[in-house]
Design a protein around this ligand. Structure first.
Ligand SMILES: [Zn+2]
Length: 238
């Protein structure tokens, strides 16, 4: 089986759209293989509007799942919901090994997940930590030796909601101009958190400005920024 181009691991059902929806759509438009996993729906921590409406936990999960499925369909990438509960998201050994198996199954070239610091969200920090741990375990021959090990993946992190307070310093900026319309449509699916739609539209514009300034290329209008865990290895400066 060919290696997956991009494995996206999102703590909650909307995180991957706010922070990487343009990059995901762009990968898909370029004919690359992408798979998304959501650890939880954000049913307790990111669904305040639905709790105010008096919905039950199961009803809230159903709404959040439907929003996310619709968004992933627009971006063009398959999504799998692990339903591991949020606030707090707890990763025991079984779940950690489940993540190792997922990484080995897809053997991704790139893994995109949360970056390590988010002072406002414990699940985002948990996800960043355990995905890195699972990635390291996935290439160790002595861990689950009956399953073929993965190749080393590149590891990238989302830009969180409050980047300055999350010690966020972008290592990679992806031009998402051609994919922005799809990102916008995908963001519009999340009516539960509709207050975030305009915010992330502006953030994409802001990063587009940075992309133009840094590259000298006047074309980028919208962009997304990411951290990079390991250094770039190349034959020349890129
Ligand atoms: Zn989240």
């Amino acid at each position: 089986m060919d290696r997956l181009d991009l494995l996206v691991v999102s703590a909650h059902s909307a995180d991957y759209v706010w922070r990487a929806g343009g990059t995901i759509a762009k990968y898909v438009m370029d004919g690359k293989k992408v798979q998304i996993y959501c650890m939880a729906f954000g049913e307790r921590g990111e669904s305040a509007e639905l709790w105010k409406q008096g919905k039950s936990l199961d009803e809230i999960k159903k709404v959040r799942r439907a929003e996310s499925q619709k968004a992933a369909d627009i971006l063009g990438a398959p999504v799998t919901f692990l339903d591991w509960d949020d606030y707090p998201l707890v990763i025991n050994d079984n779940r950690l090994y489940e993540l190792v198996k997922i990484i080995r199954k897809f053997n991704p070239v790139n893994i995109l997940t949360h970056s390590y610091v988010d002072p406002f969200n414990i699940d985002h920090e948990t996800t960043a930590r355990v995905v890195k741990e699972a990635s390291i375990l996935s290439i160790a021959a002595g861990v689950l030796p009956e399953i073929k090990i993965a190749n080393q993946a590149r590891l990238f992190g989302f830009e969180h909601h409050q980047p300055e307070l999350s010690k966020f310093n972008p290592d990679v900026i992806i031009d998402i101009t051609e994919a922005f319309e799809k990102k916008k449509q995908a963001m519009d699916c999340f009516q539960t958190q509709k207050q975030l739609i305009g915010y992330y539209e502006k953030r994409a514009e802001l990063r587009g400005n940075h992309a133009r300034r840094i590259s000298g290329n006047p074309e980028p209008k919208y962009a997304e920024a990411f951290t990079r865990t390991y250094p770039l290895v190349a034959g020349e400066f890129l």
